[in-house]
Write a protein that binds this ligand. Structure first.
Ligand SMILES: [Fe+2]
Length: 558
């Protein structure tokens, strides 16, 4: 979402280095080890100072990640890994050895396979005479699955606040995984968007070296390390992983030339991202392509979308003055069907996956708000009213209509129900019924009845930020005004930082908003904010009670 435009100084772009990395468990590695005799002891801190992480779990495999901090003159490091069924790592089920080097910034990524479904594992890395912390991870179920719990995070700004919310997520032993919907890190220099902590390097990240150093700083945060140590993560970038309000061919916070070429900046930022995040690469020849599907037994098909770099058309300006700031109407270029968030290939992929899913629920993990958000109400027949933010789906109405067409079905294809959209980006908490024409009160004419939810096609849960500041709304008047204009929103809160907890059974999907009391100081206080649910087969929200933790969760990593 929009941020102040920054001053940016000319800076050379980073150099590229060829990546050299392999995984093996056998004889070839013994030969490699002999080829690289040990050098001097590391000179700067522990080898494993960036912790461990796991991610992109499937039923039989999961990515295991760490990073070694090598001695200054060392150019390659051998790292051993092991994965076990118990937290003491006595029952090891697989182990191996990998070579990492400066070409991948000494990060280590293993796709540990041949695992059992719905099973908690513990893993650890070794190099020289040091061992990493022990991490815990979990594979996805196959076949019938009755109950899944996950946390949803977004917008974790190291400079703006402490990651207390990450620590609260880490403490929940009963989660199956954590979703991170983007803005995992921010690009800004010191005191531009938060001044509680000083970013490293002390400038906007532009080069490969900048992006790597910023990732390294985040990965040294103890609360972030705790989260990664306890849960596998499924993540997708939003804009700030590269720079603010990005689209395919540029960004609000990119000055072509002065900050290098856009394709080169994206390439370097994504190189660091793939090095430092526990993600499985979808397409090495096209790193911007990153939509992924996760089958969570027969309970959830999770579809992760990429909405920034692969295909997004440039944001259009909001130029219509209103008492609450600039807005826009759905006219002119806003109605150009060629404008896209996903691109035709990803749109087709999403439609195909939605139409052919036989899971109880279809979850879509994505970046920017899908629900209409208006400053002035009007039914579509009267122009649709005035919208707020051209960076979210409101700025891409024809593209959103194409998604609605899939949900609604047509003469040849049945409607797709039980879709839940999960969103981050805007540092605030929202629950919405999803309908094409929320200010038309007649469902029989394609509208929406706010009292009953009739006319809603799906629901959306939007999570607040881990630490990024949001709009201040101390007496709730802004939220109340927006709810009066936008009757499809059942819950809006601007004031709290935290995360969402999703509790999913065959009958209902419940979303709880959990808030921390501060991001300005260490604290272990969290409070339950609200809960809404969607019952299977209804496609509309209802208030819900707080859910209970799963009994007898697997032991946390020590
Ligand atoms: Fe953000």
């Amino acid at each position: 979402m929009g941020r102040p435009k920054l001053d940016t100084a000319p800076r050379p772009t980073g150099t590229t280095r060829r990546s050299f990395f392999f995984r093996s468990g056998g004889v070839a590695v013994a030969a490699s080890a002999a080829a690289f005799p040990a050098l001097a002891r590391p000179d700067a801190g522990p080898l494993f100072q960036h912790g461990v992480a796991s991610g992109d779990p499937l039923a039989d495999r999961v990515i295991l990640w760490t990073r070694v901090s090598p001695p200054e003159r060392r150019r390659r490091m051998l790292v051993r890994w092991e994965i076990a069924l118990d937290s003491a790592l006595r029952h090891v089920v697989d182990r191996g050895i990998v070579l990492t080097d400066e070409g991948r910034d000494f990060t280590v990524k293993v796709d540990a396979d041949h695992l059992k479904p719905a099973t908690t594992y513990y893993y650890r890395f070794h190099a020289r005479n040091e061992s990493s912390p022990i991490g815990r991870t979990r594979t996805l179920p196959v076949g019938r699955a009755n109950h899944v719990r996950l946390a949803v995070a977004s917008c974790s700004n190291h400079a703006a606040g402490l990651f207390n919310a990450y620590r609260r997520i880490a403490e929940r032993a009963d989660l199956d995984f954590v979703l991170h919907l983007g803005d995992y890190l921010y690009e800004y220099g010191p005191a531009v968007f938060g001044s509680l902590r000083t970013p490293e390097p002390p400038n906007e990240m532009v080069t490969l070296s900048d992006y790597r150093l910023r990732h390294a700083q985040y990965k040294r945060d103890a609360d972030l390390q705790a989260l990664h140590r306890q849960h596998p993560m499924i993540c997708i970038w939003d804009d700030h992983e590269i720079t603010n309000d990005s689209w395919r061919d540029g960004a609000q916070n990119h000055t072509e030339g002065v900050e290098g070429s856009w394709p080169e900046r994206v390439r370097q930022g994504l190189q660091a991202y793939y090095e430092w995040m526990p993600v499985r690469e979808v397409d090495r020849s096209e790193p911007r392509r990153n939509q992924r599907a996760f089958r969570i037994g027969d309970l959830i098909d999770l579809l992760m979308l990429e909405e920034r770099l692969q295909a997004r058309s440039q944001q259009l300006p909001a130029t219509l003055a209103t008492p609450l700031g600039n807005g826009f109407v759905q006219a002119g270029e806003f109605l150009d069907p060629a404008r896209t968030l996903l691109g035709s290939e990803q749109e087709a992929w999403l439609a195909e996956r939605l139409r052919h899913s036989n899971a109880r629920w279809k979850f879509i993990g994505q970046q920017v708000m899908f629900a209409h958000l208006k400053l002035q109400p009007a039914p579509l027949s009267a122009g649709g009213g005035v919208f707020v933010n051209p960076d979210q789906w409101d700025g891409y109405q024809p593209a959103r209509d194409r998604v609605y067409a899939v949900l609604e079905g047509d003469a040849a294809r049945p409607p797709v129900g039980d879709v839940v959209i999960l969103t981050g980006d805007i540092h605030s908490s929202w629950a919405a019924d999803l309908t094409r024409d929320p200010n038309n009160p007649n469902p029989a004419a394609g509208g929406y009845d706010a009292a009953t939810g009739s006319g809603s096609r799906a629901v959306e849960f939007v999570g607040t930020s881990i630490s990024s500041p949001g709009l201040s709304d101390p007496n709730g008047s802004t939220a109340a005004f927006l709810r009066s204009v936008n009757p499809h929103f059942k819950y809006i809160d601007f004031n709290q930082r935290g995360y969402m907890l999703l509790d999913v059974t065959r009958e209902r999907a419940v979303c709880e908003w959990w808030f921390v009391d501060t991001v300005a100081a260490p604290s272990n206080v969290q409070t339950f904010g609200a809960a809404f649910e969607v019952r299977h087969g209804t496609n509309r929200l209802a208030p819900a009670a707080q859910t209970a933790a799963k009994p007898n969760p697997p032991a946390l990593a020590p």
